[in-house]
Design a protein around this ligand. Structure first.
Ligand SMILES: [Zn+2]
Ligand SMILES: [Zn+2]
Ligand SMILES: [Zn+2]
Length: 361
């Protein structure tokens, strides 16, 4: 099937998809009888509205209904045996002669080329630049039907080390200023293929979300914002979901959506690639375990995992971390119009529910 790059969504990996929003049921009574809170996300400086509620249960959130269907005209490009021999392998992990993980260039890159960012004015209000950079796919497992919440410790370590290796390579690429690594699972969360995979987009600029977070770290006067968060949440213990020697996963105080997780390495490093292999293995286990808890409570949900790391060559204040956003709700007019999110599940309740289940891997 011929598909031109122009037809691809910005972060698609080779097939068109249409995201249909899911909705969760919420009781109207809740909205008129509770007092909401504004909570300041110190990372972004944005307000989040948290609606306290004891009336909702996790059963109010339906497991995902839109499964990624295999295209009958097209074999899964990530399954063993379907590798494109014309495409270079950028990174690979093997076991007994078979690959267990590989990174390859995206066939339909959203960012491509070696040019540094050249901003051009085409008119009084028309400013443009070429989308140079790189777009890579991380095939996380050879098993099409595997799920990250069941991955082994070794598989999670391999994934984190592959990310580290690619991020180092991107840092050495002159025109890349920031690399966004992420994993989408489920059509509702933007995944176009069911096979477990992530993506790395090396950009010729630092995106606004990261600039805002950098400013937040500078603004915070109590040392490192996330080192202090780890300390404060450990003492408070209301929002901690799980922890291990190297990482901690919490439902942040300012969670913008139900069951949002923030996963932080304990050691203070600006870049993911600055972390030791052992620390990365621990963070990988925390991601997997966080997902296992989410699946145990909510079922096979769609989700986005986003790796936030300091921009290449950045030397100011930052502490790399991971956002895990279950795709349970949709952003509608109010949220789109104001940037103020409304979260119907207080993070303290979400964390308590997640902690209460045993997540077996
Ligand atoms: Zn596959
Ligand atoms: Zn720190
Ligand atoms: Zn972040």
């Amino acid at each position: 099937m011929n598909r031109s790059p122009q037809n691809q969504p910005a972060t698609s990996v080779g097939t068109e998809h249409r995201v249909k929003d899911t909705h969760f049921r919420c009781c109207g009574r809740i909205l008129i009888t509770t007092v909401s809170q504004l909570r300041l996300n110190l990372l972004t400086g944005r307000w989040v509205t948290v609606v306290p509620s004891r009336a909702k249960r996790t059963s109010d959130f339906a497991p995902r209904t839109l499964h990624v269907e295999n295209d009958p005209d097209r074999l899964c490009p990530f399954c063993p045996g379907h590798e494109d021999s014309g495409v270079p392998t950028l990174e690979t992990r093997d076991s007994d002669g078979n690959w267990t993980m590989r990174v390859v260039p995206n066939k339909y890159p959203a960012f491509e080329g070696d040019d540094t960012l050249a901003v051009r004015n085409l008119g009084p209000v028309h400013v443009m630049a070429e989308a140079s950079g790189v777009h890579e796919v991380l095939v996380i497992s050879p098993d099409h039907d595997s799920r990250m919440n069941n991955f082994s410790d070794g598989a999670m370590k391999d994934m984190m080390l592959a990310l580290k290796s690619r991020l180092i390579a991107h840092t050495d690429t002159p025109n890349i200023r920031y690399t966004q690594a992420f994993i989408n699972h489920g059509r509702e969360a933007g995944a176009s293929l069911a096979h477990p995979h992530g993506q790395l987009l090396g950009l010729p600029f630092v995106p606004g979300e990261i600039l805002e977070e950098e400013r937040a770290f500078e603004r915070f006067k109590g040392g490192c914002l996330l080192c202090t968060t780890i300390e404060a949440e450990s003492v408070d213990n209301k929002r901690v979901v799980l922890e291990n020697e190297h990482a901690i996963a919490i439902c942040p105080f300012w969670s913008s959506g139900p069951f949002e997780l923030l996963i932080m390495p304990r050691s203070h490093e600006l870049h993911l690639s600055d972390s030791s292999d052992e620390a990365l293995a621990g963070v990988g286990r925390a991601i997997r375990d966080g997902l296992a808890h989410l699946v145990a409570v909510l079922g096979d949900i769609a989700f986005n995992i986003v790796f936030h790391t300091a921009p290449a060559h950045h030397s100011g204040m930052y502490h790399w971390h991971i956002h895990l956003w279950p795709k349970l709700t949709t952003t509608a007019g109010f949220e789109r119009g104001t940037g103020v999110m409304i979260n119907l599940v207080p993070p303290e309740e979400a964390a308590a529910e997640l902690r209460a289940v045993s997540a077996t891997v």
